[in-house]
Design a protein around this ligand. Structure first.
Ligand SMILES: O=C(O)CCC(=O)C(=O)O
Length: 218
Protein backbone atom coordinates (compact mmCIF):
# COMPACT_ATOMS: atom_id res chain seq x y z
CA UNK A 1 0.00 0.00 0.00
CA UNK A 2 2.76 2.39 0.91
CA UNK A 3 4.33 2.11 -2.54
CA UNK A 4 1.21 3.20 -4.38
CA UNK A 5 -0.40 5.48 -1.83
CA UNK A 6 2.17 7.20 0.30
CA UNK A 7 5.30 9.09 -0.51
CA UNK A 8 7.50 8.58 2.52
CA UNK A 9 10.40 10.95 2.93
CA UNK A 10 13.69 9.13 2.28
CA UNK A 11 15.27 10.43 5.44
CA UNK A 12 12.22 10.20 7.70
CA UNK A 13 11.03 6.66 7.20
CA UNK A 14 8.33 7.03 9.85
CA UNK A 15 6.80 10.09 8.18
CA UNK A 16 4.27 9.47 5.39
CA UNK A 17 2.57 11.96 3.12
CA UNK A 18 -0.54 11.28 1.10
CA UNK A 19 -1.00 14.18 -1.36
CA UNK A 20 -4.53 14.93 -2.56
CA UNK A 21 -6.12 13.01 0.31
CA UNK A 22 -9.25 15.15 0.02
CA UNK A 23 -10.85 16.65 -3.07
CA UNK A 24 -10.75 20.37 -3.96
CA UNK A 25 -14.44 20.59 -3.05
CA UNK A 26 -13.84 18.97 0.34
CA UNK A 27 -10.91 21.33 0.91
CA UNK A 28 -13.07 24.35 0.11
CA UNK A 29 -15.95 23.15 2.30
CA UNK A 30 -13.62 22.55 5.26
CA UNK A 31 -11.89 25.90 4.68
CA UNK A 32 -15.26 27.69 4.62
CA UNK A 33 -16.48 25.94 7.76
CA UNK A 34 -13.29 26.49 9.77
CA UNK A 35 -12.93 30.12 8.61
CA UNK A 36 -16.47 30.79 9.87
CA UNK A 37 -15.62 29.85 13.47
CA UNK A 38 -14.79 32.60 15.94
CA UNK A 39 -11.34 33.21 17.40
CA UNK A 40 -11.86 33.88 21.10
CA UNK A 41 -9.49 34.41 23.97
CA UNK A 42 -8.53 31.23 25.85
CA UNK A 43 -10.61 32.13 28.92
CA UNK A 44 -13.77 32.46 26.81
CA UNK A 45 -13.77 28.89 25.46
CA UNK A 46 -15.09 25.90 27.38
CA UNK A 47 -13.49 23.11 25.37
CA UNK A 48 -15.82 20.49 26.86
CA UNK A 49 -18.82 22.34 25.42
CA UNK A 50 -17.73 24.40 22.43
CA UNK A 51 -15.67 24.00 19.27
CA UNK A 52 -14.10 27.42 18.71
CA UNK A 53 -10.64 28.81 18.12
CA UNK A 54 -8.61 30.48 20.82
CA UNK A 55 -5.06 31.65 21.07
CA UNK A 56 -3.39 29.20 23.45
CA UNK A 57 -1.65 30.49 26.56
CA UNK A 58 1.63 28.90 27.65
CA UNK A 59 3.29 29.95 30.89
CA UNK A 60 0.90 32.90 31.09
CA UNK A 61 1.85 34.15 27.63
CA UNK A 62 -0.70 34.19 24.81
CA UNK A 63 0.54 32.58 21.59
CA UNK A 64 -0.13 35.02 18.76
CA UNK A 65 1.34 32.93 15.94
CA UNK A 66 -1.72 30.67 15.56
CA UNK A 67 -5.11 29.84 17.07
CA UNK A 68 -6.28 26.40 18.17
CA UNK A 69 -9.62 24.55 18.42
CA UNK A 70 -10.08 21.09 19.97
CA UNK A 71 -12.69 18.34 20.11
CA UNK A 72 -13.01 14.63 20.82
CA UNK A 73 -11.19 12.46 23.28
CA UNK A 74 -8.71 13.08 24.78
CA UNK A 75 -7.84 16.76 24.67
CA UNK A 76 -5.44 18.59 26.94
CA UNK A 77 -6.79 21.45 29.02
CA UNK A 78 -4.05 23.10 31.01
CA UNK A 79 -2.88 20.39 33.34
CA UNK A 80 -4.96 17.33 32.46
CA UNK A 81 -6.65 15.35 29.70
CA UNK A 82 -10.43 15.50 29.37
CA UNK A 83 -13.10 14.40 26.91
CA UNK A 84 -13.75 17.44 24.73
CA UNK A 85 -16.86 18.54 22.89
CA UNK A 86 -18.00 16.02 20.22
CA UNK A 87 -16.11 16.17 16.96
CA UNK A 88 -18.15 18.45 14.66
CA UNK A 89 -19.95 16.59 11.89
CA UNK A 90 -18.06 18.71 9.34
CA UNK A 91 -14.80 17.05 10.48
CA UNK A 92 -16.02 13.45 10.66
CA UNK A 93 -15.12 12.68 7.06
CA UNK A 94 -11.55 13.89 7.64
CA UNK A 95 -11.29 11.77 10.78
CA UNK A 96 -12.53 8.71 8.88
CA UNK A 97 -10.07 9.38 6.06
CA UNK A 98 -7.19 9.65 8.54
CA UNK A 99 -8.21 6.44 10.33
CA UNK A 100 -8.23 4.58 7.01
CA UNK A 101 -4.74 5.90 6.28
CA UNK A 102 -3.53 4.81 9.72
CA UNK A 103 -4.68 1.27 8.94
CA UNK A 104 -2.60 1.33 5.72
CA UNK A 105 0.76 2.05 7.36
CA UNK A 106 3.05 -0.95 6.77
CA UNK A 107 3.83 -1.37 10.48
CA UNK A 108 5.94 -4.52 10.15
CA UNK A 109 8.04 -2.93 7.40
CA UNK A 110 8.87 0.12 9.50
CA UNK A 111 9.27 -1.83 12.76
CA UNK A 112 6.42 -0.25 14.70
CA UNK A 113 3.47 -1.85 16.54
CA UNK A 114 0.06 -0.89 15.12
CA UNK A 115 -1.97 1.41 17.37
CA UNK A 116 -4.59 -0.12 19.68
CA UNK A 117 -7.08 2.75 19.55
CA UNK A 118 -8.51 4.74 16.65
CA UNK A 119 -7.86 8.44 16.13
CA UNK A 120 -10.49 10.20 18.22
CA UNK A 121 -8.95 13.49 19.29
CA UNK A 122 -9.01 16.43 16.87
CA UNK A 123 -7.10 19.69 17.10
CA UNK A 124 -7.27 22.36 14.44
CA UNK A 125 -4.60 25.03 14.18
CA UNK A 126 -5.46 28.22 12.28
CA UNK A 127 -2.43 29.68 10.53
CA UNK A 128 -2.04 32.78 8.38
CA UNK A 129 0.90 33.96 6.28
CA UNK A 130 3.87 34.17 8.66
CA UNK A 131 2.32 31.97 11.38
CA UNK A 132 4.41 29.25 12.96
CA UNK A 133 4.34 26.46 15.57
CA UNK A 134 7.34 26.20 17.88
CA UNK A 135 9.36 22.94 18.13
CA UNK A 136 7.63 20.43 20.39
CA UNK A 137 7.01 16.72 20.96
CA UNK A 138 3.38 15.59 21.22
CA UNK A 139 2.31 14.52 24.71
CA UNK A 140 2.86 10.86 25.57
CA UNK A 141 -0.77 10.66 26.75
CA UNK A 142 -1.66 10.45 23.08
CA UNK A 143 -1.24 7.28 21.04
CA UNK A 144 1.70 6.18 18.88
CA UNK A 145 0.43 7.44 15.49
CA UNK A 146 -0.40 11.08 14.72
CA UNK A 147 -2.16 12.29 11.56
CA UNK A 148 -2.37 15.80 10.11
CA UNK A 149 -4.55 17.09 7.28
CA UNK A 150 -3.68 20.37 5.54
CA UNK A 151 -6.73 22.44 4.60
CA UNK A 152 -6.91 25.82 2.88
CA UNK A 153 -4.43 27.51 0.55
CA UNK A 154 -1.26 27.73 2.61
CA UNK A 155 1.77 25.55 1.99
CA UNK A 156 3.80 24.82 5.11
CA UNK A 157 7.33 23.79 5.82
CA UNK A 158 7.47 21.38 8.71
CA UNK A 159 10.81 20.91 10.44
CA UNK A 160 11.85 17.68 12.14
CA UNK A 161 14.90 17.42 14.36
CA UNK A 162 16.41 15.01 16.87
CA UNK A 163 18.53 17.82 18.26
CA UNK A 164 21.23 17.32 15.66
CA UNK A 165 19.96 16.38 12.25
CA UNK A 166 17.28 18.64 10.72
CA UNK A 167 14.78 17.59 8.01
CA UNK A 168 12.42 20.06 6.35
CA UNK A 169 9.27 18.71 4.69
CA UNK A 170 7.02 20.84 2.46
CA UNK A 171 3.32 20.03 2.87
CA UNK A 172 0.81 21.14 0.25
CA UNK A 173 -2.90 21.79 0.85
CA UNK A 174 -5.12 18.65 0.74
CA UNK A 175 -2.21 16.48 1.95
CA UNK A 176 -2.57 14.06 4.81
CA UNK A 177 0.56 13.22 6.76
CA UNK A 178 1.16 10.53 9.36
CA UNK A 179 4.02 9.87 11.72
CA UNK A 180 4.89 7.17 14.22
CA UNK A 181 7.92 5.34 15.62
CA UNK A 182 10.96 7.11 17.04
CA UNK A 183 10.14 10.53 15.56
CA UNK A 184 6.88 10.56 17.55
CA UNK A 185 8.84 10.79 20.83
CA UNK A 186 11.66 12.76 22.44
CA UNK A 187 14.31 13.74 21.57
CA UNK A 188 12.54 14.32 18.26
CA UNK A 189 10.63 17.56 17.82
CA UNK A 190 8.59 18.97 14.98
CA UNK A 191 7.65 22.54 14.20
CA UNK A 192 6.00 24.59 11.48
CA UNK A 193 8.58 27.11 10.33
CA UNK A 194 6.90 28.64 7.28
CA UNK A 195 3.29 29.23 6.22
CA UNK A 196 2.50 30.89 2.89
CA UNK A 197 -1.22 31.65 3.28
CA UNK A 198 -4.26 30.75 5.41
CA UNK A 199 -4.06 27.11 6.35
CA UNK A 200 -5.83 24.87 8.84
CA UNK A 201 -3.80 21.99 10.25
CA UNK A 202 -6.19 19.28 11.44
CA UNK A 203 -4.20 17.09 13.82
CA UNK A 204 -5.78 13.78 14.82
CA UNK A 205 -4.58 11.52 17.62
CA UNK A 206 -5.72 8.54 19.67
CA UNK A 207 -5.74 7.79 23.36
CA UNK A 208 -2.36 6.53 24.48
CA UNK A 209 -1.86 3.24 26.30
CA UNK A 210 -2.02 3.70 30.07
CA UNK A 211 -4.35 6.65 29.72
CA UNK A 212 -6.23 6.37 32.99
CA UNK A 213 -9.71 7.45 34.03
CA UNK A 214 -8.02 9.35 36.84
CA UNK A 215 -6.44 11.71 34.29
CA UNK A 216 -9.91 12.45 32.98
CA UNK A 217 -11.44 13.42 36.28
CA UNK A 218 -11.83 17.13 36.88
O1 LIG B 1 -0.18 22.25 11.82
C1 LIG B 1 0.32 21.13 11.80
O2 LIG B 1 0.17 20.34 10.87
C2 LIG B 1 1.18 20.71 12.98
C3 LIG B 1 0.45 20.78 14.29
C4 LIG B 1 1.23 20.21 15.42
O3 LIG B 1 2.42 20.06 15.35
C5 LIG B 1 0.55 19.83 16.64
O4 LIG B 1 -0.67 20.07 16.77
O5 LIG B 1 1.21 19.26 17.53
Amino acid sequence: MIGSTFVASEALKHFFILPGAITHDENEALDRYLSSLPILSEGEVDRKQQFAFARPVYDGVEVTARAEAAAGDPIWVGERFVRGVSVPVQLMEALGRANRAVSEIPYAEVGVDPPEAPLSSVYVDWYELGSFFVPHTDRVGYGPVVAGLSVGKGVITMRWSDGGVVHDVVIEPRSLYLFCGPIRYEPWTHSVIEVTDRRFGITMRSRGAGHSQREESP
